[in-house]
Design a protein. Sequence first.
Lengths: 111, 113
Amino acid sequence: AQSVTQLDSQVPVFEEAPVELRCNYSSSVSVYLFWYVQYPNQGLQLLLKYLSGSTLVKGINGFEAEFNKSQTSFHLRKPSVHISDTAEYFCAVSPYQKVTFGTGTKLQVIP
Amino acid sequence: DAGITQSPRHKVTETGTPVTLRCHQTENHRYMYWYRQDPGHGLRLIHYSYGVKDTDKGEVSDGYSVSRSKTEDFLLTLESATSSQTSVYFCAISEVTTGETQYFGPGTRLLVL
């Protein structure tokens, strides 16, 4: 079985500052990794995913994530956040058919 | 946006009553999923389907049943609703499973009194 840990339930950050949202996972097999974003009162949408190849993955809205196999991490970063980035972010892993989601990190961008 | 709709979008019901939530897709994707979202738990898989009449349980399937008689529709039924089933329910679809992006519906807010 696999699991996902998002250590930070909330992350406040000032507008135009950088941000890192942390994600660690455990799995006995190779996994695919995802970050999804959920804006208020909406469903989730994909930010980016890692399937194979380059460990640095670029996604939409200026986000990127780096897969670190030795540390079993897949942290999400953005060099300069905007008010519109205020949302909840979910890390997810999927070795086979089912996807396991983390508990989410609420990013609050402060003007 | 992927063509996924959920109905109803909001529902209030009483303990012990049956409730059916509907997910409808226009993408002809093979896989469909039902999740529930609760604070502190993220999204948890209830049931999923890998084809018409083919379904399997997720991690929190107790008290829920599903049916898929057509590719485009995936129904989630709470046979006898309980207050612990108060949640936001999301339907998702994907064309394949492993490594594939899941596309989510807008969600259904269910309150069981």
